[in-house]
Write a protein that binds this ligand. Sequence first.
Ligand code: G1P
Length: 275
Amino acid sequence: MGTRFLPATKAVPKELLPIIDTPALQLIIDECVGAGIDHIVVVTSHAKPAIEAYFAEAPEVVAKLRSTGRDHVADHLEAIGRDVKISFAYQDVAMGLGHAVWCARDAVGDQPFAVLLPDEIMGDSSLLAQMCDLCETTGGSVVGLKEVPHEEVSAYGVIQPVGALDEQGVIAISNMVEKPALADAPSDLIIIGRYVLTADVFEKLERVQPGAGGEIQLTDALRMQAAEGTFHGVLRDVRRYDTGNPLGWLTAVVEIALDDERIGPQFRSWLQDRI
Ligand code: G1P
């Protein structure tokens, strides 16, 4: 519902809030494409028609751009959604992440699939690509991990590791718990918004009862997978922005703007003067 970005999200879904000129959702799609994913299922709600509008053709805008010589912008618009198949699944009641994933079950089918939460933006596709490879070689689900200060773990899914990280940042996982009390947290390794899951998770989600916050938690279904078979996490030092709150979003915009070849140099010099 984007409550942290109200009032903007009264009219604009938070997935479409721009990072400079690109919606966060597009950055997620680019990350998928970079990892070799060719079909994306966007789980959305009928209350957010702007998400589907983003992928619709815009012949009038394109024609106007072409008639005024801005072909490169027109090409860019026409390319949206072309390099990948986009489908939609609907979650019209906010019943949790596990429920949102379950809503995509028919569109996903029985192949392994990735889940990307658009509140988090990665600098590149390398983590997701590594997670896809690991799922393929192990045959089990894989989650992205991050180490956080102990007092922050209660806001996340927290994993119970087995052994130590290998040199690729891979670690086996035996259990996990959603938003534990500090005293009950099995480690300081939290699940970030990147998952590569085997499709048996759908059948587990059907059995999950409402958990933390009264919601159907994905973590509870993943715990069943970890209890039955191989399950891994990957912790890597990749650029990652938490855009789920205004300060994190602003930080992402500033960092990405500083690196942007069109506006970066000018922005950097203005920022230096300003502070
Ligand atoms: C969700 C997951 C949680 C994970 C987090 C990552 O929580 O349920 O396990 O650690 O995303 O951002 P939410 O942020 O929806 O509360």
